[in-house]
Design a protein. Structure first.
Length: 262
């Protein structure tokens, strides 16, 4: 008579080991698949934005009159081209004939302050011994001797980077000054911030006057980024009013337009 091998099930310990292994594999696989999906969506979004920008430039060049930003936005909306996530693209247009057209996605497009921050941070990382003045000069020249623009209620402001060698975390800050010669690279008012970009909240704060009724400016020069952000979120001890308030009105951010000869 043949002896049959005794069959037995998994012990509780073995089941727990299997479950633990599955959990580890899932923990590894899910982020990988999620990252791959995210990259694919970003690539598709970039392709869509590029295609739409080309279409809008073609429309602009073929138009008898210069198309306004609102008209370009209407064409973009009617095209049906969107981010794979469903986000609707926002259009900015500047330069001669409104031919500098940018297609922005809330999820996948960096704002100009974010672009300036990353570019300036890269300069800082590559040139750790350079001063803020030297880095600003390099950045300015790389942009064709021009600053990006923040446009608020028809008034232009230069979007500029700032860094203080006393900053322990070595991160730059973005602020905006009036777009006048005195606020250029070496202008006497180059540090007079009318707006400061709050990097964590990703929005602009406007400098307020002592009465809290209108815009003012504050010189960022000499302060660390930490000190500047403390002031952005602080109140005047004499009036109890905030030094800066979040700007909630409409505005445009425009890329630097190289000056003639650059």
């Amino acid at each position: 008579m043949k002896n049959c091998r005794e069959r037995r099930g998994f012990t509780l310990a073995e089941l727990l080991v299997v479950i633990a292994i599955i959990g580890v594999l899932a923990a590894i696989a899910i982020p990988v698949f999620s990252a791959a999906t995210r990259r694919a969506e970003e690539a598709a979004c970039l392709s869509n934005r590029t295609s739409l920008a080309h279409q809008l430039i073609y429309e602009q060049m073929g138009s008898d009159a210069v198309l306004t930003r609102n008209e370009l936005q209407e064409i973009a909306d009617e095209s049906g081209i969107k981010c794979p996530s469903g986000e609707v693209y926002k259009i900015t247009a500047s330069g001669e004939g409104n031919l500098q057209i940018t297609v922005n996605c809330r999820l996948h497009s960096q704002t100009i302050p974010q672009q300036v921050t990353d570019a300036y941070q890269d300069l800082l990382n590559k040139n750790p011994k350079e001063t803020n003045d030297d880095l600003r000069k390099t950045f300015y020249e790389q942009n064709g001797n021009a600053w990006p623009i923040l446009r608020v209620d028809g008034t232009d402001y230069y979007i500029q980077p700032y860094y203080n060698t006393g900053d322990t975390n070595r991160r730059p800050l973005i602020y905006a000054t009036l777009a006048v010669p005195e606020c250029e690279l070496k202008g006497k008012w180059q540090w007079a911030a009318r707006f400061i970009y709050e990097p964590d909240e990703q929005r602009w704060y406007q400098c307020m006057n002592w009465a809290g009724t209108g815009q003012d400016s504050w010189a960022v020069g000499g302060s660390t980024v930490e000190q500047i952000l403390e002031r952005v979120h602080g109140n005047n001890p004499n009036t109890g009013r905030p030094y800066f308030t979040p700007y909630t009105g409409s505005y445009e951010e425009l890329p630097a337009t190289p000056s003639e000869g650059n």
